[in-house]
Design a protein around this ligand. Sequence first.
Ligand SMILES: [Zn+2]
Length: 446
Amino acid sequence: MKERRRCLIILCLLLGSISPSAGETPGSLVLLIVDGLGSYYIYPEFTPHTQSGKPLEKIAAPNLTEGDARVINLRVPVPRTGPAHSVIVTGDPEAEPEMLSSTTTIYDILHDEGFIALAVMEKGDFSSMRREQDAILYAESNSIHEPLFKIEQHQYQSVPREIIETMEERSSLMPGYMEDARGAEAYRRYNRFAIETAEELVRVMRENHPDERFILTINVGGVDSVGHHTNHTTYLKVIEGIDSDIKQLKDLCREEKIAFILTADHGMSFKRRESHGGHAGNDYKEMPESLHTPLILSAPNIEHGLISGEWEQENIAPTILSILDLPNLLSTDSRPLPIKRYANLYVITDAENVKLYQNERLISEAEGERIRFKNLSGRYTILATSEKTRIEESVTVREDTTLTLKMPEEATGERLERLERRHVVGILLILLINISGIILIRRVTR
Ligand SMILES: [Zn+2]
């Protein structure tokens, strides 16, 4: 009996699974945060200005802006490194670094799903962020000229030995990157180190552990540093450097069907053409150049194109979960960007069995605490049953929807009978219509 039930569930899941055109779920995800990169300096839609209103140059950044989907207007609630990184990983616009340990982050949800969280961070690597990672290579000193990288491990999921070895090896190569580098070149090489390290980690995971899912978070720090210490011309030169350096990493992710998301924690603004920049101080924090960041996404399951409308940094975390086909269990009500080619229904429940009906027809059936019904559209009835109790719920699915069904203590047998009665009535009606049709056709053709 149990065997038959299992076969039925597998059959239902196969029938209910997504069509090939919808695109498959990416197994892993790379999140690249370019610290201090304002979208005004690289997006064709914008022109940056100084605080006194003089136009500034910008650059074409084909590799940074290329992707399946690009969000034009993305604003950050607070243009400061610590809060902004906290917003990116929690989806909460009011998040602060000290809240990470007590708030649900994307990493908490991904850990529960078996993902390994790896990170390479030159900035944004505050202790509560490091504690979210299974293994992180981070800059202990933020000095470009005397960088010191360290590894921290928490191993909520066990991290492959080769990953730790790669982090150690990369860390020892850092001084070589910075040798004889001056001016813009020093900041460019600092960024290149993080990007090439990330690329190496992706390769090691793919070659040695192709079935392990991971999220790799990267923060490159050179753009922010150069903005603070030099002027807008040098800032642009360093952005140009990243633009050519990230091409290989992006290509690798595409080949391996790994989702790739590029964004920034905040932008940068300049008082005058020759002055150094800022983003968090009173003179800078209201400037659109400080508040607008890029958001470019690539994944096999998202729609291609430009995303218009007004979006916020807090939309990033739910979008990451949506792309990975995972329920949004974040503690905020921030929504994902409407970019996925299909919608899922997630049922979080203590029921023993969950059936999904559409127009009285059984679509799918599943068991477990976190159930995923993929590729849905329209109105559905959910029937959750446990030994003595049953719940029936109606739900309309147009975008990823998470439903929590807590089973009641008391038995509610009548609801199931009602649904099954309706089911029988539906079948009889269909039969009646078919028979009438056949009779009618026979009369007409005689
Ligand atoms: Zn920053």
